[in-house]
Design a protein around this ligand. Structure first.
Ligand SMILES: [Zn+2]
Length: 166
């Protein structure tokens, strides 16, 4: 969904939609397989930052199924993200703003809304997802053989190894 980011910023208007995270190629392989919906509502609103520079406010809300790295079971991770993306009007400005360590995107060409959503989602997902304390099934009583056997990730193999030792 290409759009003119500087124009959106100037108008203060919004773009919004819904996306299935499983359709975002760089996110899809981090999701738990066959673990249900990964629907996210997104909204991009044109705005200005505190210094009056053109920006976009990006919000993401929904939940995605990730695999708990402790018990290797899928669980829903709530996504509730709100970020300001500064718009750079040239390569030079991009380099300068990047140095300030704020989130900045080059807006000399039309931007793709879903690519921005995907970037933001990748940044907001936990690197090593785990159930909250007290909700994890990883205990000596729970083995979960059927699910761990179909996994081939290094984490899955590590889980098998731990069980064998125990
Ligand atoms: Zn767990």
């Amino acid at each position: 969904m290409p759009f003119d980011a500087l124009k959106l910023s100037a108008s203060g208007e919004s773009l919004s939609g819904e996306v299935d995270a499983a359709d975002l190629p760089r996110v899809a392989d981090r999701l738990a397989a066959d673990a249900g919906a990964a629907k996210l509502a997104w909204r991009l609103t044109g705005c200005r930052d505190a210094q009056g520079r053109p920006a976009l406010a990006l919000t993401l809300a929904g939940s995605v199924p990730l695999v708990c790295q402790r018990c290797l079971q899928p669980f829903a991770v709530i996504v509730d993200q709100s970020t300001e993306l500064l718009l750079a009007r040239s390569e030079g400005e991009l380099a300068r703003l990047d140095a300030e360590e704020i989130e900045v995107v080059l807006a000399t060409q039309r931007l793709d809304a879903l690519a921005l959503v995907e970037d933001e989602l990748l940044l907001s997902l936990p690197f090593s997802p785990r159930h909250p304390d007290g909700e994890c099934a990883a205990s000596p009583m729970v083995t979960g053989h059927e699910s761990s056997q179909e996994r081939s990730s290094p984490f899955g193999q590590l889980g098998e190894l731990k069980k064998t030792i125990r």
